[in-house]
Ligand binder design. Structure first.
Ligand SMILES: [Zn+2]
Ligand SMILES: [Zn+2]
Length: 339
């Protein structure tokens, strides 16, 4: 099969012929229709502690059709089933797997990181983490399930209550997904701080009630548009210094949820957080229930994330599109179409 293969930091991926995946026991092989490019992919192909080995195949935001069935599967699986999957190969029988928290499985590999990913014609998935898509849900919309599940997981982790005021830093795909769910859950104000013009417009089309500039007077701008301070702050950028900035602008007893991925040392001064009795709750990934909820809401037409997709490229075009995302651009979610 054809796959985009990582060739080392500073080099674009190369589309090569690699061997087709064979489904192991209780695995399925999915013919990929779309696979989204994620910030995590950019992180893990950069020089640093998270960099993947040469010849890895990335891609964890995939959707497609079952083409091969491994041994030991339940009888309801068929070739041609349209599916998505939590991008984890996990044991399927530990407490974490059985309760839909495969991210906590002790024998996990992550599809698109340490297991072959979806920037390829075919990808192998674990039965326990694979979900069928309802007919009402288009395959294109289904390509957004993963980033939407990240946003839902973060909003659930925050304990957001209807009527609360929300600040989100950054209008990348995760910031936008958080904005969508914050609005869905009944936040009174959903204010996104973002400097880029196109992303500000996107934020407004995905649920933000206002956008502000990430300038030192952010707290004042927020109070002006929302009529009061933020009850919940989601940090969706992941750059050093931002958690501290959020601590400083947070009002007393606020909830701060860092969702952005920061891999560098990041100093915080705990004292202002202590004085204000802030709650800081990190959130990562998703549960099976997060995925199922996203699928239902998309299929019922109760959420619309389509504006997030700003570009669709072929597998051959993907390596160049991928590298372009390393510099500031107007792109948000870039999808690779494989079929
Ligand atoms: Zn992702
Ligand atoms: Zn397990």
């Amino acid at each position: 099969m054809k796959a985009a293969v990582f060739k080392g930091a500073g080099q674009p991926m190369q589309v090569e012929t690699v061997s087709d995946p064979d489904p192991a026991e209780r695995q399925l092989v999915v013919e990929v229709a779309y696979c989204g490019i994620c910030g995590t992919d950019l992180h893990s192909t950069r020089e640093g502690p998270a960099m993947l080995p040469c010849n890895s195949v990335l891609g964890h935001e995939f959707v497609g059709e079952v083409v091969a069935l491994g041994k030991g599967l339940q009888s309801h699986w068929q070739q041609g089933d349209r599916v998505c999957a939590l991008p984890f190969i996990s044991c399927g029988h530990c407490a974490a797997c059985v309760t839909g928290r495969p991210f906590e499985c002790a024998s996990i590999s992550c599809i698109g990181l340490d297991a072959p990913g979806g920037f390829a014609e075919y990808v192998a998935t674990s039965e326990c983490n694979t979900l069928k898509l309802p007919d009402q849900l288009s395959t294109l919309d289904a390509a957004l399930i993963e980033p939407l599940a990240v946003g839902l997981h973060a909003v659930r982790a925050s304990g957001l209550q209807a009527g609360q005021r929300v600040l989100i830093t950054g209008a990348g795909p995760i910031g936008l997904a958080v904005a969508l769910w914050a609005r869905f859950m009944g936040a009174r104000d959903v204010v996104v701080s973002e400097p880029a013009h196109d992303r500000r417009a996107l934020a407004l089309s995905m649920g933000a009630t206002a956008v502000v500039q990430p300038t030192p007077d952010l707290a004042e701008q927020f109070a002006e548009v929302a009529g009061g301070p933020a009850d919940v702050i989601f940090e969706c950028v992941g750059a050093p210094g931002l958690i501290q900035q959020c601590i400083e602008i947070a009002p007393r007893r606020a909830m701060l949820v860092p969702v952005g991925v920061c891999e560098q040392p990041d100093t915080i001064l705990p004292f202002p957080a202590l004085i204000k009795e802030l709650s800081i709750r990190f959130a990562i990934a998703y549960t099976r229930d997060d995925y199922e909820t996203v699928i239902t809401m998309l299929a019922q037409g109760r959420i619309n994330a389509a504006p997030m997709v700003t570009q669709v490229v072929s597998l051959d075009e993907m390596p160049a599109a991928f590298e372009a995302l390393r510099s500031p651009s107007n792109q948000c979610k870039v999808l690779t179409r494989l079929k």
